[in-house]
Design a protein around this ligand. Structure first.
Ligand code: B1M
Length: 207
């Protein structure tokens, strides 16, 4: 019988083929989808997230763990859809207009997926319309904007104004190296997170 801790450990170690094999075995042993997801895949990713927050592991370890988690999710996705298992919430994620940096954004996206969110990634250089349309089409609970440049972070202020005009109801969180809580307060964003693991905590708070 597969122990969910084994799946979590394989995610933590970034062993994608092993994760896939263990998830398939657990499914054949009729372990519940929820247990595989929560105690196995999300459990492992959550552990990596906490260590990342404490600077005990770095970007490469998180990327490798996320890849392993995704390998398990590939098998789970169709079954979750059939079983009607709902994601924690929908997050529309993107890097703001004029900004091409996406490594941090992608990390945030992986951690959010790892925590059970559905992530709609609108990519880089994303103007307010992209966020608005994706949020409306997918009934998003959270819009998450990333920026890495002091020259592009100001695009978040414009975006906030456009969200208001368009009647967007999703809560907004921001992040990226030049961003701060005080800038979030200034532009009326409901959340700020300094790193990808904290972004998960913040998104959960905003639900
Ligand atoms: Co650029 N770049 N870059 N760059 N680049 C920086 C950001 C810079 C600090 C380098 C420097 O001068 N020391 C500087 C910005 C200065 C400033 O404005 N303060 C800079 C510059 C100036 C530029 C160009 C203008 C250079 C030029 O052409 N003259 C140009 C701009 C292009 C554009 O966007 N229009 C440019 C271009 C590029 C590349 C394309 C070459 C490449 C990006 C490739 C890519 O992303 N696909 C690049 C890179 C790689 C960097 C550095 C070296 C690394 C950024 C990175 O990926 N870090 C960076 C210098 C540095 O940081 N050492 C630099 C790793 C990543 C995991 O961290 O993105 O901070 P980060 O994400 C973190 C947190 O910030 C947070 O979580 C992540 C994980 O913990 N986070 C969020 C991020 N988004 C979040 C969203 C959230 C919550 C948390 O909620 C929504």
């Amino acid at each position: 019988m597969v122990d969910m801790k084994e799946i979590a450990d394989a995610v933590i170690k970034g062993q994608a083929p092993k994760v896939k094999e263990l998830v398939a075995k657990a499914l054949s042993e009729k372990v519940s989808l929820n247990d595989i997801l929560q105690k196995g895949l999300i459990g492992g990713m959550g552990f990596i997230g906490e260590r990342f927050k404490k600077n005990e592991v770095y970007v490469p370890e998180v990327l490798i763990a996320a890849r392993a988690m995704k390998a398990g999710m590939e098998i789970m996705k169709p079954l979750l859809a059939n079983a009607g298992v709902q994601p924690l919430g929908v997050v529309v994620l993107g890097t703001v207009k004029g900004d091409l940096h996406d490594i941090g954004k992608n990390l945030v996206g992986m951690m959010l997926e790892g925590a059970g969110f559905k992530v709609i990634d609108v990519g880089i250089d994303a103007g307010p319309d992209k966020f608005i349309n994706a949020a409306k089409d997918n009934k998003a609970s959270v819009i998450a904007m990333s920026a890495l440049l002091t020259t592009t972070m100001v695009a978040m202020k414009t975006a906030m104004e456009e969200f208001k005009k368009a009647g967007v109801t999703a809560k907004v969180m921001i992040g990226g190296a030049p961003l701060t809580q005080s800038y979030a307060d200034e532009i009326g964003a409901q959340g700020y997170a300094p790193d990808a693991a904290s972004a998960v905590d913040k998104a959960k708070q905003l639900l």
